[in-house]
Design a protein around this ligand. Structure first.
Ligand code: NAP
Length: 321
């Protein structure tokens, strides 16, 4: 199979290259890499030999079977349609097409059944959604879901290579650099633009995509998304109400048997770094607050579970479909 990666020099693109090199069921006969004009012509050593980063043009997609887009939404919005028009199967990591009708947003263990050979475009979900939905899905199936409240604690790498470099610079300059917008020793209580109602772009994505993947279009959700000074690994504090009676032990048992979930006492982002699992812990009842209300804590590696690993699992399942 001839495979392309657009955005191969970014942190998601590089993570995907590492995962592909570590082993995949996709039989890759040719790998093509592309990035911005800044990187065009640079060489990258890969498991497929030294490859030259190509600039992005129509020619790049010629003869490709599958292309991963690891770019921001403006570049994806511009180039995914060009690749689809050439018959290339496209797996897009950006938010550009996630809410478009007919484009499935896939977390394989939740809705991998939607993948079919005739699809040409599949979206990878928002990083928090990729770790939230595998936990909420079994709860929905077994106990029903009435409402969900989420607070996120999102690592700096979720904002891309530039943000990681910013925090590294702040670390080198400390204690001189102190100011609003600083990543180090600070929390930023919104991610992306805020709408007139005060919700941030990230919060809106988490609500919309979770509802789409769980096929619960009116699920009441309240989300607060926060950037924290952690390099890698997102954490989510989740409170939800079930429709049927449950006790925390039953929820724990249910989640222990769900694919790719690891139920542990109190997982920390550092444990999830460079792993492909979703860690769940602190499962408890809020009986003094509301009937059938539970809280739990989820951590996962935003670059693996939240991006590259989910994309690779989806592509592998798609190629088998
Ligand atoms: N980081 C995460 O945790 C995460 C999780 C889930 C989804 N995502 C999504 O995944 C996508 C990539 O994120 P990232 O964190 O990897 O970002 P990043 O580190 O900033 O990388 C962006 C990539 O896009 C390339 N690019 C920029 N302008 C381009 C242009 N004009 N033409 C072609 N390529 C261009 C960059 O190339 P240069 O190196 O040449 O500039 C780089 O390879 C985004 O849509 C993001 O929202 C990220």
């Amino acid at each position: 199979m001839r495979v392309g990666i657009v955005g191969a020099t970014g942190i998601v693109g590089r993570e995907l290259l590492e995962l592909l090199a570590a082993g995949t069921s996709i039989r890759i006969s040719e790998l093509r890499l592309s990035a911005s004009p800044r990187s065009a012509g640079k060489k990258l050593m890969t498991a497929w030999g030294e490859l030259t980063i190509r600039s992005l043009d129509e020619e790049f997609f010629c003869g490709l079977d599958l292309c991963f887009f690891c770019t921001g939404k403006t570049i994806s919005a511009r180039w995914v349609p060009a690749a689809v028009a050439r018959g290339v199967r496209c797996l897009d990591n950006s938010s550009a097409f996630r809410m478009q009708e007919g484009v499935p947003v896939i977390v394989p263990e939740v809705n991998g059944n939607l993948l079919s050979a005739d699809l040409r475009l599949v979206a990878n979900p928002n990083c928090c959604v990729a770790q939230l939905t595998p936990v909420l899905h079994p709860v929905k199936v077994h106990f029903g879901l009435e409402e969900v409240t989420v607070s996120t604690y999102q690592a700096v790498s979720g904002a891309g290579q530039d943000a990681m470099e910013q925090m590294a610079r702040e670390l080198a300059q400390h204690p001189r650099s102190v100011g609003a917008g600083q990543l180090l020793f600070n929390l930023i209580p919104y991610i992306g633009r805020r709408n007139n109602a005060g919700h941030s772009e990230e919060e809106e994505k988490i609500v919309r995509e979770t509802r789409k993947i769980l096929e619960l279009p009116t699920l009441p959700m309240a989300v607060t998304a926060v950037r924290v000074p952690v390099m890698r690994g997102h954490a989510l504090a989740v409170t939800f109400k079930t429709r049927k009676e449950a006790v925390p032990e039953e929820i724990g048992q249910l989640l222990s048997s769900a694919p790719n979930l690891r139920v542990v006492d109190a997982p920390q982002p550092i444990v999830a770094q460079h792993t492909n699992a979703v860690y769940v812990g602190r499962i408890r009842s809020n009986s003094a607050f509301a009937h059938r209300s539970f809280s739990l804590w989820i951590v996962a590696d935003n670059l693996r579970t939240g991006a590259a690993h989910n994309a690779l699992k989806t592509a592998e399942a798609w190629c088998r479909a």
